[in-house]
Design a protein. Structure first.
Length: 333
């Protein structure tokens, strides 16, 4: 077991700040280096979080033998490039969601990691939270009977951010926030989906500002109707609801699971399950998962396997085709 996992943070944007803050509170993980394309930005970030090394190029980080894991936190458009460069240098890598722009990039990146025997996994924090297992167990426990349908929603007012609205950076509601709603459904029923329909509001630049997506999940010989709404132009209540033959479950905040409420057929609240209390942020779970996997010589995290990543990326590709959203990276392949 790695007694202390030394992480290099590739990027200095808002998510890098969140991750550095999370790591700072951990006992067995440390931020050992940060890299930016501008040395002054890397130095300012390092000083802010007490990180010992600051690099003005990503190549310098790739060559740092003292790092156990590199966390890629660039815009979606550059995940495949930077993660691929990490792998070329034999560096274990954790890639922020969405994993890549599309499934073709995801498959190529995973193939490269597997051929070179390098650890690679996706950082979508809800997959690693203890509540993920609790939600799946409760949904299939019989407490609400047989599952009839699932809905979810997630939205934020973030359309003023260039990273979120730029097609060149693979912005838009689906890849930025909708992936959490889709992942919530995937956690309960898996990724075998069909009959996709979508209504979307597109920006003048061609990215999706809000989406209403419906589909069937093929689960245990049945087609279970599911849907989600996602937006980057305004907030939603962020809830996920699992409907059954004998009641329903409300999951608070599909982007950061907070509680489960179970209701019977009379809409009577019969059980409440709160998320585990913690001193650190919910992001600590993915770093601990990486520490365990690397200590055991694994090349992926069981919480978010390569197969899971590819399945989600393939489904988002199909959803984007239905919505009519195409990125420059799609056309370049």
């Amino acid at each position: 077991m790695y007694e202390r996992l030394r992480v290099g943070i590739l990027g200095t944007g808002s998510m890098a700040v969140v991750m550095a803050t999370s790591i700072k509170a951990m006992k067995n993980v440390e931020a050992a280096a940060v890299a930016s394309r501008t040395l002054s930005k890397a130095q300012a970030f390092a000083e802010r979080f007490g990180i010992p090394k600051a690099y003005g190029t990503y190549e310098e980080m790739y060559e740092d033998d003292d790092l156990d894991l590199i966390y890629v936190v660039s815009p979606h458009s550059h995940h495949a490039q930077y993660a691929g460069q990490c792998i070329d240098h034999g560096r274990a890598v954790l890639v922020e969601k969405s994993f890549t722009v599309n499934a073709e990039q995801a498959r190529a990146l995973i193939k490269k990691a597997e051929e070179k025997g390098v650890f690679l996994t996706e950082a979508i924090w809800t997959r690693y939270m203890p509540m993920t297992k609790t939600i799946a167990e409760a949904a299939h426990s019989g407490k609400i009977g047989r599952i009839n349908a699932i809905t979810a929603n997630l939205g934020y007012a973030v359309s003023d951010r260039e990273r979120v609205i730029s097609p060149e950076l693979a912005g838009g509601a689906l890849l930025d926030v909708g992936v959490y709603a889709l992942t919530f459904i995937s956690t309960v029923l898996g990724d075998d989906i069909s009959d996709i329909k979508a209504v979307t509001a597109l920006s003048e630049r061609g990215v999706d500002l809000s989406d209403q997506v419906s589909f069937n999940v093929n689960f245990e010989g049945r087609k279970i109707p599911c849907s989600f709404y996602t937006s980057i132009t305004g907030p939603t209540d962020r809830n996920g609801i699992i409907y059954g033959t004998e009641g329903y479950m409300i999951v608070g905040n599909v982007n950061n699971y907070q509680y489960i409420e179970i209701y019977d057929n009379s809409h009577r609240l019969v059980e409440e399950i709160a998320a585990p209390s913690q001193k650190e942020t919910g992001y600590v779970y993915q770093f601990e998962a990486c520490r365990r996997a690397l200590s055991e010589g694994k090349k992926e995290c069981e919480e978010m396997t390569h197969r899971m990543t590819i399945d989600v990326m393939e489904n988002m590709d199909v959803i984007r085709r239905v919505m009519g959203v195409t990125y420059p990276a799609d056309l370049a392949e």
